[in-house]
Design a protein around this ligand. Sequence first.
Ligand code: NAP
Length: 309
Amino acid sequence: MTQSVYDVVIIGGGPAGLTAGLYCSRARLKTLLIEKMIIGGQVLTTTDVENYPGFPGGISGPELMERFQKHCFEFGLEQRDADVTGLDFSGKLKRIQLGDSIVEARAVIIATGAQPRKLGVPGEVELTGRGVSYCATCDGAFFRNVPVTINGGGDTAAEEAMFLSRFASKVYLVHRRDQLRATSVLQERIKANEKIEIIWNHVVTECLGDNSGLKKLRLKSTVDGSERLLETEGLFVAIGVTPKTAFLGDTLELDKEGYIVADRHGQTSVPGVFAAGDVCGDSLKQISTAVGSGATAAWMIEKYLADNP
Ligand code: NAP
């Protein structure tokens, strides 16, 4: 079993983790960033980022993350593609198990973010990858000239509806209420888009299809309970996110939804372990706030390490 000791180990390579990595490595702390998937996080699934300052006219999510990656590794930040398989935060040196190897760190930042929430209705699992998707940017282009459906009423649903209207013959947006949660500018855009039809006050209760893919959705009215079938070949689920914290077990205090409980500086229930970005319960889930919390956690770690030599 190999073992290395770092000043800081950051788990998660989205905007929060990358920013923390930039700040820590620039502060000359020996820092390792661990990411089990692709560096960039959820932003990679965003077509256009219009509200991250410095990019008038917007920038695509993957391009923005490519810039983050290039920049954040300029000061010696190390990286490992690995899955965290065990954690021990009980000692002064925190132990992070990565399969056969263990890394030790004087301080840790958890920045694992969040992932799309599942609907939990019959047919969803069976038809995932054959019509049911959680990422329009990834899968939207497969649905040229066919009707598709988005479920949800937030910013993600609105952005995905706009994106899918470039390909699909028709975009239904199914929302459980009679008012969208999405920001006003996105609401205005989807209401002005002739390809998008909003089906208010309905939820998806079943995905129906066969081996060739999704064919119909069963919808239920949240007003009178009546049911209807909607013909569609794609369902994009955009009903919010859940934090990626299962791997933490009971090492840190989590709230009832599974988000990490941390103070406004990212300090968790364990001294020396900080949290940043969407994995924190009070996160605004914006790239700009993830960046801010990554910087804050790194700054707190500098103080923590100075006080705990
Ligand atoms: P969200 O804001 O939590 O919205 C989830 C939507 O899904 C809500 O409209 C909600 O309905 C609905 N919903 C939740 N559970 C449902 C269920 N079981 N069945 C049917 N509908 C359900 O999630 P999001 O749109 O993924 O956004 C997540 C966060 O990322 C937000 O903070 C958002 O502002 C941020 N974000 C920002 C941008 C941007 O700034 N450009 C882009 C994407 C996301 P109700 O409205 O009735 O609760």
